[in-house]
Design a protein around this ligand. Structure first.
Ligand SMILES: [Zn+2]
Length: 317
């Protein structure tokens, strides 16, 4: 499977990619596994991983562990689409994984094939790792956003994510099921999704790169990065953030029904404050209003996907 290669556009450049974007270091220490392109139209993370691993491959940076980078959804990445048949970040459920174990998954189904390949790579990496495992899933969003992290509220995930100067959103259960990050956290490792910014913004790639370097440092895989280097990358993530260091919890999701003509009202930015009764979107029957005071989260401004928007609330820490 390492042989399949193709070219994709990543902002101004063309990259030749394969499932493995990089694999450096040793298995004695901790391992960080980065995954880009779980959604095929989100190439900023793939571009950033390519750049970081080019530097790691030069051998000037001391590695006390292992850093691996994979593309999640190869076929969707090749096509530049979020997914082909099913969202790869919604099928890491007990039910689908049982079907995988008993060989009952339809291999014609594009994302079941991708799931099987990523799952097998993950099991191999897990078996090889002598230290701790961190899985970092790199994403971008359809609307503009400050960088943020999504994770489960496990002690080890919260301990890791508090290092980063950005909001951490948790409370996925019942709202966002079958995510890769929840699968990883359920196994007892640290799993998170990081959203760097809007899909097409070149800044998203820069913000992915800075996040990746900091993950490598805080996961104890690149311990010898200089203070100047780390400070530079921290400042790239901090610059837009003033008060957005809260932890948030998902409290509501607007799920788009089959055949529903959902359209988000224009101009909603991620983390924008909203009020009970506010018109957030429209469908064929009229306006869709917020049932709560809170903050709008991941408003949908792209054709694919069935989560119209979420509502989050700050959580006491
Ligand atoms: Zn995504």
């Amino acid at each position: 499977m390492r042989e399949s290669r193709f070219e994709i556009p990543v902002f101004e450049n063309t990259l030749e990619v394969s499932r493995y974007l990089g694999d450096v270091g040793n298995q004695e220490g901790n391992t960080v596994l980065f995954i880009g392109g779980v959604h095929g139209n989100e190439t900023a993370g793939v571009g950033a991983l390519n750049r970081v691993f080019e530097q790691l491959n030069q051998g000037d940076i001391d590695l006390t562990g292992r850093a691996v980078a994979l593309i999640g959804n190869m076929e969707a990445t090749r096509l530049g689409k979020r997914y082909v048949d099913k969202d790869l970040n919604r099928i890491w459920t007990r039910e689908v994984l049982d079907d995988l174990h008993y060989d009952r998954l339809d291999n014609q189904h594009s994302e079941y094939h991708e799931l099987r390949e990523v799952y097998n790579e993950l099991q191999t990496i897990l078996a090889q790792t002598k230290g701790r495992l961190f899985v970092i899933d790199l994403h971008t969003t359809s609307s503009p956003t400050i960088p943020f992290i999504v994770t489960n509220k496990t002690n080890s995930a919260m301990e890791f994510t508090k290092r980063f100067p950005m909001p951490v959103v948790s409370g996925l259960m019942g709202f966002l099921d079958g995510t890769l990050l929840s699968y990883i956290n359920d196994l007892g490792h640290v799993g998170l999704a990081y959203e760097a910014g809007q899909h097409k913004s070149p800044q998203s790639m820069i913000k992915h790169e800075s996040f990746v370097w900091q993950c490598l440092y805080y996961a104890g895989v690149c311990k010898n990065l200089t203070d100047d280097f780390l400070q530079h990358h921290a400042s790239i993530l901090e610059e837009e953030l003033v008060t957005r260091t809260n932890n948030f919890k998902l409290i509501s999701r607007y799920k788009i029904k089959n055949g529903e003509a959902f359209e988000m009202n224009p101009g909603y930015a991620n983390f924008q404050k909203i009020y009970k009764g506010e018109e957030l979107a429209m469908n064929q029957d009229g306006p869709i209003c917020s049932p709560y005071d809170g903050y709008v989260f991941m408003p949908l401004y792209q054709p694919l996907g069935d989560d119209g928007f979420f509502i989050i609330k700050p959580e006491a820490t």
